[in-house]
Write a protein that binds this ligand. Structure first.
Ligand SMILES: Nc1ncnc2c1ncn2[C@@H]1O[C@H](COP(=O)(O)OP(=O)(O)OP(=O)(O)O)[C@@H](O)[C@H]1O
Ligand SMILES: [Mg+2]
Length: 257
C-alpha cells in the first residue's frame, strides 16, 4: 500500500456519455503499468455500475461505507472495496439507485481523504451533474480531468461550467478532448473549441483510439490499456494517457520495479 499520501483525481464532464467511465478504467490500467496501487471510486451513484462493467461483484459498496460511517461502526476501509487485480481496487456504487440517492455529501470528503492514505492513486468516476456530491468532490481532489467531445451542445454546457470554475477559483483542472468516442464529429477546429470554452486543451485522445470491440471488452470486464498489445496498437494514445498520469503524479516519475 501507499507509503505517502496518494493523488486524488476525478473525471468530470459537462454532458453524459462522453467516455468518462472508459477513460477512468483505462487510466487505472496505466497506473497499474506504472506499478501504482489504485482505487477507483465509482461516484456515479445512480447510474454507475463500474464494478459490474469490470465484472467484479461485492456485497459491500460505498453505500455500506457511508451507512457504517454515519453509525460509527466503520470496519477496515478495505472491507468495502472490491479487488479487480493486484493493483486495482474498486469502491463500487450501490447496485440499487435508491441507495445511491441516500448517500449524504457530508461523507465524501472523508471517503476520498481515507483512500488517499491507502492508495498511490485514487481515480473518481462521476456523473456529469453539478450536485452536492460532485461539488464536494471537485473541491476535494488534487486534480480534475475534464473530459469533452467535439459536440456543439456539450461545448455550450462546458462554457458555462468553465465560467463556474472561474467564479469558484478552481484552476486545478486539465481538459481532455476525446475524439475516440465518435470518430466523425469534427464540427469545430481545436482553435474554435479553445475560443468557445476559453480554456486550453491539455490532452487529446485521437480517433485512432476508437475501439470497435469496446462492447466485448465491457462484456469480458477487461481494461483496454492492460491488453498486452495495447501499447503497440494504440501507441500514440497510450503515450498520451501515460503522459497525462505521469504529469499528474509528479515529474520524473519512473515505473516502480
Ligand atoms: N475509446 C472508445 N472507443 C469506442 N467507444 C467508446 C470509447 N469511449 C467511449 N465509447 C463509447 O461511449 C459510450 C459512453 O462511454 P462511457 O460510459 O465511458 O461515458 P460516460 O461519460 O461515463 O457516460 P455517463 O455520463 O453515462 O456515465 C460507451 O458505451 C462506449 O460505447
Ligand atoms: Mg460513466
Amino acid at each position: 500500500m501507499a507509503s505517502k499520501k496518494g493523488k486524488t483525481i476525478c473525471i468530470f464532464s459537462a454532458k453524459g456519455g462522453v467516455g468518462k467511465t472508459i477513460l477512468t478504467t483505462n487510466l487505472a490500467g496505466i497506473c497499474e503499468k506504472l506499478k501504482r496501487k489504485t482505487l477507483i471510486i465509482d461516484l456515479d451513484l445512480t447510474g454507475g455500475g463500474l464494478s459490474v462493467a469490470l465484472n467484479r461483484f461485492n456485497q459491500r459498496t460505498i453505500y455500506h461505507l457511508v451507512d457504517d460511517l454515519s453509525n460509527n461502526r466503520r470496519k477496515d476501509y478495505l472491507e468495502y472495496v472490491t479487488k479487480y487485480d493486484d493493483y486495482i481496487d474498486i469502491l463500487a456504487s450501490p447496485r440499487d439507485p435508491r441507495q445511491g440517492n441516500k448517500i449524504d455529501a457530508f461523507f465524501i470528503d472523508n471517503i476520498i481523504e481515507q483512500a488517499s492514505y491507502l492508495y498511490d492513486v485514487v481515480l473518481i468516476d462521476m456523473s456529469h451533474v453539478l450536485n452536492d456530491i460532485n461539488l464536494v468532490t471537485l473541491d476535494k481532489v488534487d486534480k480534475i480531468l475534464f473530459l469533452m467531445t467535439n459536440d456543439p451542445l456539450e461545448l455550450k454546457n462546458m462554457k458555462s461550467i468553465m465560467s463556474i470554475f472561474r467564479d469558484l477559483n478552481i484552476d486545478k483542472y486539465k481538459v481532455i478532448l476525446n475524439n475516440s468516442r465518435d470518430t466523425n464529429k469534427n464540427y469545430f477546429s481545436l482553435f474554435d473549441i479553445k475560443n468557445i470554452i476559453k480554456a486550453n486543451i491539455d490532452y487529446t485522445i485521437s480517433p485512432k483510439f476508437h475501439i470497435k470491440k469496446i462492447d466485448s471488452y465491457i462484456m469480458n470486464g477487461q481494461i483496454v490499456t492492460l491488453h498486452p498489445r495495447c501499447e503497440s496498437i494504440f501507441a500514440k494514445d497510450y503515450l498520451t494517457m501515460s503522459t497525462m498520469m505521469i504529469d499528474i503524479l509528479g515529474e520524473g516519475l519512473v515505473a516502480r520495479k
